[in-house]
Design a protein around this ligand. Sequence first.
Ligand SMILES: [Cu+2]
Length: 174
Amino acid sequence: MLRTNISTLIRSAAALPAIVCGALLTSPASAHEYQLNDLYIDHPWARALPPNAPAGAAYMRLENRGDTQEIMISAHSPIAEKVEVHENSHVDGLMKMRRVDQVRLAPGVSVEFQPGGYHFMLFGLKQTLVAGERFPLTLDFKNAGSIAVDVMIDENAPSASEHAAQESMQHQHH
Ligand SMILES: [Cu+2]
């Protein structure tokens, strides 16, 4: 009897990170999805950084569920001097990072901001990105206007790395 209880405990401890993230996404009290008209912004997060790090990066998923194109034109945050959208891409086998002026969201399209791809670059950080804390980030869209989201700071992002794993699996089918 005791043995059963212990193995159940170990199992639930191992499953905890996934459960915590799922609870955050589905529970109305702590929902971490934002909506602005037909735009949905899912699970904004940033990686925790040591004190005095000059720049950080934020990630999320943007989805346009409407039937007209939307364009994200800028982003800003009180914790950073400047926020830019960057895109990482492989060019001749090298990982390069370039600035993107606008992010186009065609109808029905979802754009994933994640390590190795699109990200919000936060320059001139005014505070340390501490795991477990949050900071505000405002996104400006051409038609829908602006929305402020809370970016969760985490050591790593279980949900985003799962998305990345799914993507790389899909890429192998091409
Ligand atoms: Cu960057």
